[in-house]
Design a binder for this molecule. Structure first.
Ligand SMILES: CC(C)(COP(=O)(O)OP(=O)(O)OC[C@H]1O[C@@H](n2cnc3c(N)ncnc32)[C@H](O)[C@@H]1OP(=O)(O)O)[C@@H](O)C(=O)NCCC(=O)NCCS
Length: 385
C-alpha cells in the first residue's frame, strides 16, 4: 500500500456517515484478552461530540474507503487554578487491515494542527491503561504524558426500586440554581468546564439533585442564589447517554457470564437473598446514564451521595434502555467509597494523557503532571463520554 494514497480530510456527513459507522462497528476498543466494548452511535457518528462547543472529525480514506477516523472537541476548563483551552481527542479508530502503517499517527497530527489553529493550550485523551496500542502511540510516538488515572464506576440497573431513607430530603434544582452551585463550589476542580451552563441546559441533561438531612436547621434552606446551603449536603447531575450511544459487551469472560446467569437465577429463585441480577447485556446493546458533577460537603455527606445514587438508580429503572449507571471520579477521590459500583464491570484506572501544544504551556506541563492535583476531584464532562 503506497502511503501517499491515504488521504486525511474532514468528515463529510453526506458521504462518510455510513463508512464511519461501519468502521466504528468493526473496531473493538480495549485489550484483546479482556472483555471489550463495542459502541453503537445509533446512526449518528458525531453523536458523541455534537454537544461540545466546538468539534471536528477527520477521516482517513483509501480508494474511496474510510479506513480511519478521529474526533476532537475544544473547550475552556480550569487547570491549575487558571482557565485553559483544551482539545480532547476521542473516537480514534483504524480498520484492522490497515493498522501499523502510521494511519493513526497521521490522524492525531492533523487533529493537533486543528487544535493549534484554534489556540488550544493542551491536547488530552483518555484510554484504558491496558490498551497497549493506544498507550504506545500517544506516549512513545506523540509525546503525551500520563496525567491522571480516574476510576470509571459502573453499576447495573435492575428492575427493583431501591428504598430511600426517610430522614434524607432529595430535591431537584432549577438550572440556574445548579449553575450557581457548580460555579460556587466546583469551579476550581480540575477540568471544570467554563460553559457549565450549556451542559446543564442541554436536552440530554436529565437534571441536578441535591440531598440533605431532614432536620430543623435545614428546614428553611432553599439552595437559593443567596448561596446558603445546609451543613451537610451533596449534589449530583445525570446525563441521558442512552439517547446518543449504546454499548455492547464483546467476548465476556467466563466469570462474567457465570455471574450474569447465576445471579439472575438466584434472583428469580431466592428473591429474599436480594442478589442483584446482572442485566442481560451480553446479547444486546444497552444504554446508560452518566452521573457527573458529584459534589459533597460536611459530615456524613458520603451517605447523602449514596442516597442520591439510589435515587438515580430508581430514575434509571423507569427508562427501558438504561441498563447501567456510569460515573467517573478522580483516582484518589474518596467519593468512590460512597458510589455503589461493581468491581467486575468497573475500571479502576482510566488513563488520561496530556500534551502541551503552545510554547508557554510546555514550560508549565511538568509542574502539572508531576504534582498531584490540589483537589482530588476531577470534573468529567458528560459530553465527552
Ligand atoms: C490504536 C489504533 C488507533 C492504532 O492505529 P494504527 O494506525 O495501527 O497506529 P499507527 O500505525 O499510527 O502506530 C503508530 C505507533 O503506535 C504504536 N502502536 C500502534 N499499534 C500498536 C500495537 N498494536 N501494539 C503496540 N504498539 C502499537 C507503535 O508505537 C506505532 O509505531 P510503530 O509501528 O513504528 O511501532 C488502532 O489499533 C485501533 O483502531 N485500535 C482500536 C480502537 C482503539 O483502541 N482506539 C484507541 C482509543 S483511545
Amino acid at each position: 500500500m503506497a502511503f501517499e494514497k491515504i488521504k486525511i480530510r474532514s468528515y463529510d456527513w453526506q458521504i462518510d456517515k455510513v463508512g464511519v459507522e461501519d468502521l466504528e462497528r468493526r473496531c473493538e476498543v480495549g485489550p484483546i484478552e479482556h472483555v471489550f466494548l463495542f459502541t453503537d452511535t445509533l446512526g449518528d457518528p458525531i453523536s458523541r461530540i455534537r454537544n461540545s462547543p466546538m468539534y471536528n472529525i477527520l477521516v482517513a480514506e483509501l480508494n474511496n474507503e474510510i479506513i480511519g477516523a478521529i474526533q476532537g472537541s475544544i473547550k475552556v476548563v480550569t487547570l491549575k487554578d487558571h482557565l485553559a483551552k483544551v482539545g480532547y481527542i476521542l473516537g480514534l479508530r483504524v480498520a484492522s487491515l490497515h493498522r501499523r502503517k502510521g494511519v493513526a499517527l497521521r490522524l492525531v497530527h492533523h487533529m493537533e494542527e486543528w487544535f493549534i489553529t484554534h489556540q488550544v493550550d493542551y491536547s488530552y485523551m483518555a484510554t484504558e491503561k491496558d490498551n497497549q496500542a493506544s498507550v504506545k502511540l500517544f506516549i512513545n510516538k506523540l509525546g503525551y504524558i500520563k496525567f491522571r488515572t480516574p476510576a470509571i464506576l459502573v453499576h447495573p440497573v435492575n428492575d427493583r426500586w431501591l428504598r430511600l431513607s426517610s430522614n434524607i430530603e432529595i430535591m431537584k434544582l432549577k438550572i440556574e440554581q445548579a449553575e450557581f452551585l457548580y460555579r460556587k463550589f466546583m469551579s476550581s476542580t480540575e477540568f471544570f468546564p467554563h460553559d457549565i451552563n450549556r451542559i446543564l441546559k442541554n436536552k440530554l441533561s436529565l437534571g441536578t439533585w441535591v440531598a440533605y438531612f431532614r432536620d430543623r436547621s435545614s428546614s428553611d434552606i432553599e439552595f437559593a442564589i443567596d448561596g446558603r446551603v445546609p451543613k451537610s449536603w451533596a449534589m449530583i447531575s445525570v446525563w441521558k447517554s442512552t439517547e446518543v450511544l449504546k454499548l455492547r459487551v464483546g467476548k465476556p469472560t467466563f466469570s462474567c457470564m457465570f455471574y450474569a446467569k447465576g445471579s439472575s437465577m438466584m434472583d428469580r429463585v431466592f428473591p429474599c437473598f436480594k442478589v442483584q441480577a446482572l442485566p442481560d447485556f451480553f446479547n444486546n446493546t444497552f444504554g446508560f446514564f452518566f452521573v457527573y458533577g458529584v459534589y459533597r460537603e460536611g459530615p456524613s455527606s458520603g451517605k447523602l451521595v449514596g442516597e442520591l445514587c439510589k435515587f438515580v438508580h430508581n430514575l434509571a429503572t423507569e427508562s427501558k434502555d438504561c441498563k447501567v449507571i456510569v460515573t467517573e471520579v478522580g483516582g484518589s477521590d474518596t467519593l468512590k467509597l460512597h458510589i455503589p459500583h461493581w468491581k467486575l464491570l468497573s475500571c479502576p484506572e482510566d488513563l488520561w494523557c496530556i500534551k502541551a501544544l503552545q510554547y508557554e504551556e510546555r514550560k508549565t506541563l511538568n509542574d502539572l503532571t508531576k504534582t498531584p492535583p490540589k483537589t482530588r476531584t476531577l470534573f468529567v464532562d458528560p459530553r465527552e463520554v
